[in-house]
Design a protein around this ligand. Structure first.
Ligand code: ATP
Length: 206
């Protein structure tokens, strides 16, 4: 296994923005959101099981998973939610481990919104938290997703608190500064962490 840096933070905190910068510096990226989509892609065994459980109506006309409908169905039905989690969580974890193990870069950024909630921190050598104050988080997520304020607030409440997340952090990126005002602060923090991770990865090999 390469050296694994778990990257997490609340909704709209800037995980994708930060991950992109690490990739520019040469890190490989394994993204939990991408893996979660891959395990249910068209033709996958998991999608076949979902179709058997929920019926054909869970697929779009082109045979893809209708994610919006699935979300509604499991939101309204606890038994279905358990069934789905039991199916997907082990598959997602296994696929994440496979992808992490395949990377050839000195270290891997493993971006996971619910890293701590889903106990994926045990796959990581180091935990990096992107931190912003809740007002900024809400404003940025709302600006990106267009005025779904209530929905964003609900998601924020379902995620662990800022304090709980920070308690797991080995490193913290402060992303409160607006990028439009200065890209320097974020870039400097990421460049310093990149050097640290190169060193820690080298130490792990020895
Ligand atoms: P999610 O978990 O919701 O997918 P995320 O943590 O990956 O979010 P991003 O998508 O990187 O967060 O950032 C949320 C939004 O805020 C994006 O539109 C992004 O461009 C913007 N953003 C991120 N950081 C800053 C910043 N420092 N200044 C201004 N805008 C920012």
């Amino acid at each position: 296994m390469p050296y694994i840096v778990g990257l997490t933070g609340g909704i709209g905190s800037g995980k994708s923005t930060v991950a992109e910068q690490f990739v520019k510096l040469g890190a490989a990226l394994v993204d939990a959101d991408v893996v979660a989509r891959q395990v249910v892609e068209k033709g996958s065994p998991a999608l076949a099981e979902i179709k058997t459980y929920f019926g054909r109506g869970i697929l779009t006309e082109s045979g893809e998973l209708n994610r919006g409908l699935l979300r509604e169905l499991v939101f309204a039905n606890e038994q279905a939610r358990h069934w789905l989690n039991n199916l997907l969580h082990p598959l997602i974890r296994e696929e994440m481990q496979r992808q992490l193990g395949q990377q050839q870069s000195p270290y891997v950024i493993f971006a996971v919104p619910l890293l701590i909630e889903n106990r994926l921190n045990d796959l990581c050598d180091r935990i990096l938290v992107v931190d912003v104050n809740p007002e900024t988080q809400l404003a940025r997520a709302a600006r990106r997703d267009k005025n779904k304020l209530e929905q964003i607030r609900r998601i924020m409440q379902a995620q662990i608190s800022r304090e709980q997340r920070l308690a797991f952090a080995d490193d913290v990126i402060d992303n409160n500064q607006e990028l439009a005002d200065s890209q320097d602060s974020l870039q400097r923090q990421i460049a310093n962490l990149h050097l640290l991770y190169l060193r820690l990865a080298e130490e792990k090999k020895q």
